[in-house]
Design a protein around this ligand. Structure first.
Ligand SMILES: [Zn+2]
Length: 120
């Protein structure tokens, strides 16, 4: 299951970050997920709920930013939203674009941590 392995690597990344900060509690992990990334957000959320048990992320939430697909339109000569993920055409003029410029993301952008000790 694809989403489960993604959930587990998110937990790995966040746990490492937390250990670097004296086992701070991870409250939330912010992710950017492009519509072309192949990740099903609902599946990732349920996989994360299972995978987070008994880890430093047991109480953490995933905050997901859904990133729309943009293509480089040769006619408009700029980045435009794509019509759909099936048709990579410029949503403004309808020209088929050979280049996706946004929407394949799968990245951790931020983390919210809570420390019991006050450290500077
Ligand atoms: Zn265009």
């Amino acid at each position: 299951m694809h989403e489960l392995s993604i959930a587990m690597s998110i937990i790995d990344i966040a746990s490492e970050e937390s250990r670097d900060r004296a086992d701070a509690n991870v409250i939330a992990v912010h992710l950017k997920i492009g519509r072309m990334s192949g990740v099903v957000i609902e599946a990732l959320l349920s996989a994360f709920e299972i995978a987070r048990e008994e880890t430093l992320l047991a109480n953490a939430e995933l905050k997901i930013q859904d990133v729309p697909v943009k293509v480089r339109c040769p006619k408009c000569e700029c980045d435009q939203l794509a019509d759909s993920i099936q048709c990579l055409c410029c949503s403004v003029c309808g020209t088929l674009s050979p280049e996706i410029t946004q929407g394949c993301e799968l990245e951790v952008v931020a983390m919210e941590l809570e420390t019991s000790k006050l450290t500077q």
